[in-house]
Write a protein of this length. Structure first.
Ligand code: ADP
Ligand code: MG
Length: 265
């Protein structure tokens, strides 16, 4: 990406600290997410990736430090003032978290019914457009249980883009998917960046996804950003923490004859 100098900072974490019951999870995280980029936070299981993401939409509050979204300090905002923030910054959760008792159509329509007072025809048009954007046309009447894991993830993304967010936060979007579907979700993240100019923050421990979608990458370790840079710079980095993570994850995949996707450490 060029013209980096003039790029707007859409999300900023400034010295964010957060403990749970005496366990310091975030110990001073500093991050700037730039408009239009796909930014990946890498880190082992339990390193605080999800906690980090939840701070970006005020689902968790820092003990100290600041979180700014589109320049606005959301650190102390009350719930009702976070509503417009969560319209503009949408989160696709780890589990895809579809409502099992609702059809695909109703799942995608859900945020529209929550936030908009639209006539049904307009809702239907948006639902169709969102499903089409994720390559899932014609499944409106199906129930989540009838879909494969990969299809469920994509419907989760369709729901995530229903309100036309400027930013999407993806928590482990490919975990549990087979390689073909992992690639499909990666392609989808990229195509939303290119067609809708969506800024993405991806949290994962999966290197294939990381290096197929990211403009920039950060490594979260021991509660801090241990390294940050362009995807190419991070891949080539000789910094000890980066190498340990990149090589460690790869080794443990190779160690496992079943090919089970390993959890990064
Ligand atoms: N709501 C919570 N209450 C207490 N502990 C939590 C909470 N959320 C996360 N943690 C703890 O914070 C640590 C980091 O969690 P998390 O961000 O989910 O890790 P990951 O990098 O795997 O996403 C873990 O030790 C987890 O148990
Ligand atoms: Mg997590």
């Amino acid at each position: 990406m060029s013209e980096a100098a003039a790029r707007e900072v859409v999300i900023e974490l400034q010295d964010v600290r957060r403990s749970f019951g005496g366990h310091a999870v975030l110990r001073g995280v500093n991050l700037e997410i730039l408009a239009g980029e796909t930014f990946t936070i890498l880190g082992g299981s339990g390193s605080g990736k999800s906690v980090c993401l939840k701070h970006m939409i005020g689902l968790l509050k820092p003990d100290s430090g600041r979180v700014r979204v589109f320049g606005q300090d959301i650190t102390r905002l009350p719930e009702h003032r976070l509503v417009p923030i969560r319209q503009a910054v949408s989160m696709v959760f780890q589990s895809a978290a579809l409502f099992d008792s609702l059809s695909v159509y109703e799942n995608v329509a859900y945020p529209l019914r929550e936030h908009m007072r639209w006539p049904e025809a307009r809702i239907a048009a948006r639902v169709r457009a969102c499903l089409s954007a994720v390559g899932m046309e014609g499944v409106e009447s199906m129930m989540p249980a009838e879909l494969s894991g990969g299809m469920r993830k994509r419907v989760g993304v369709a729901r995530g883009i229903a309100l036309e967010p400027r930013v999407i936060l993806y928590d482990e979007p490919t975990t549990g998917l087979d390689p073909a579907n992992q690639q499909r979700v990666g392609d989808l993240i990229r195509s939303l960046q290119q067609t809708l100019r969506i800024t993405s923050v991806v949290v994962t421990h999966e290197l294939d996804l990381c290096f197929s979608v990211s403009d920039r990458v950060a490594l979260l370790k021991s509660g801090r950003i241990a390294a940050i840079g362009t995807a190419e710079a991070m891949r080539a980095s000789d910094q000890v923490d980066v190498r340990a993570f990149l090589d460690g994850v790869r080794d443990s995949i190779e160690d496992e004859p079943g090919g089970r996707v390993s959890h990064g450490r």
